[in-house]
Design a protein around this ligand. Structure first.
Ligand SMILES: NC(=O)c1ccc[n+]([C@@H]2O[C@H](COP(=O)([O-])OP(=O)(O)OC[C@H]3O[C@@H](n4cnc5c(N)ncnc54)[C@H](O)[C@@H]3O)[C@@H](O)[C@H]2O)c1
Length: 268
């Protein structure tokens, strides 16, 4: 039996994931798609066979067994709440929008539903999860992006940082993961995922560097604890359709869905 899935948010991630379901994930059936911009949902539905229905997010949640959220950090909590209330599973890409919403994790527990958080553009989360079974002393994420990958972030406006004026790299933020997500809601989901896998958003430290000389979204993590030290560096190319989103984040959504429908589990 195929898993009935629906995608809410048919932008860079949703579109590529939708096409992948049609072409390379035989265990899943994309039955519906939704987007506030209905034209985007229609465009995706035309590119998938069998053709998914274009529905509202509410109608979609009623129709599927797994909701895949690829919309926005401001929309994710409401989408998750509606999905989990029905005891249905959800894969969340806008992970930053879940921070501070512990009631959603409790709701999933109560209803016996699952929340899947793909690793996104970050390598090393398997080690972080394993380390978190013991004592972790510190987690530091340093993210380096071209200015286009940070454009529009509320923190930059508040701090009066003009990305277009940069000729050299500049540290534009240092703080906790919860502060990073507030200041960069569309740019730093990896900080949220890392913090949930490790020692939480208040203890995870984040540094963001805007670098006009790079074309990659680079994430470096350094974790120390009783296990020793873990260092990883991921040099991501941006996705062709959205410079804020790394291509690996799209692939991680595809890989997570493949794992959900696969009988084999690899990694922790
Ligand atoms: N977890 C990760 O590592 C990671 C990595 C990159 C991006 N993201 C996040 O994933 C989400 C999708 O990223 P993307 O690159 O595809 O973005 P995108 O801007 O290309 O696409 C988002 C789509 O969602 C639609 N949308 C917005 N609000 C909606 C709502 N309330 N209901 C239905 N549709 C809605 C938009 O119209 C758009 O088509 C974003 O929140 C982004 O910040 C997460």
């Amino acid at each position: 039996m195929k898993l009935k899935v629906g995608i809410i948010g048919c932008g860079a991630i949703g579109s590529e994931l939708g096409k992948a379901i049609g072409s390379r994930i035989p265990g899943a059936d994309l039955v519906a798609v939704a987007d506030v911009d209905e034209e985007k949902a229609r465009k995706l539905s035309k590119n998938v066979f069998p053709v998914p229905r274009v529905l509202s997010p509410e109608e979609l949640i009623d129709e599927v067994a797994l909701v895949i959220e690829c919309a926005s950090s401001s929309a994710v909590a409401a989408i998750a709440e509606k999905t989990l209330s029905q005891g249905k599973d959800i894969m969340v890409m806008s992970v930053g929008g879940l921070l501070g919403k512990m009631h959603l994790f409790r709701l999933a527990q109560e209803k016996g539903a699952r929340i899947y958080l793909p690793s996104g553009a970050l390598a090393g989360l398997d080690g972080v999860k394993a380390a978190a079974a013991g004592r972790i002393d510190s987690v530091i994420l340093t993210t380096r992006k071209p200015p286009a990958g940070l454009k529009g972030a509320p923190h930059l406006e508040k701090a009066g940082i003009d990305l277009d004026a940069l000729t050299e790299e500049e540290t534009v933020f240092e703080g906790t993961a919860e502060e990073a997500v507030e200041g960069f809601p569309r740019n730093i989901n990896v900080a949220a995922t890392l913090s949930l896998a490790g020692i939480g958003p208040a203890k995870t430290r984040v540094k963001i560097v805007a670098d006009p000389k790079t074309s990659h979204n680079v994430h470096e993590i350094k974790i120390e604890g009783e296990f020793g030290r873990l260092i990883s560096r991921t040099e991501n190319l941006p996705s062709p359709s959205n410079p804020k989103t790394s291509f690996l984040a799209i692939l991680s959504a595809i890989a997570t869905l493949e794992a959900i429908v696969s009988p084999v589990r690899i990694g922790t």
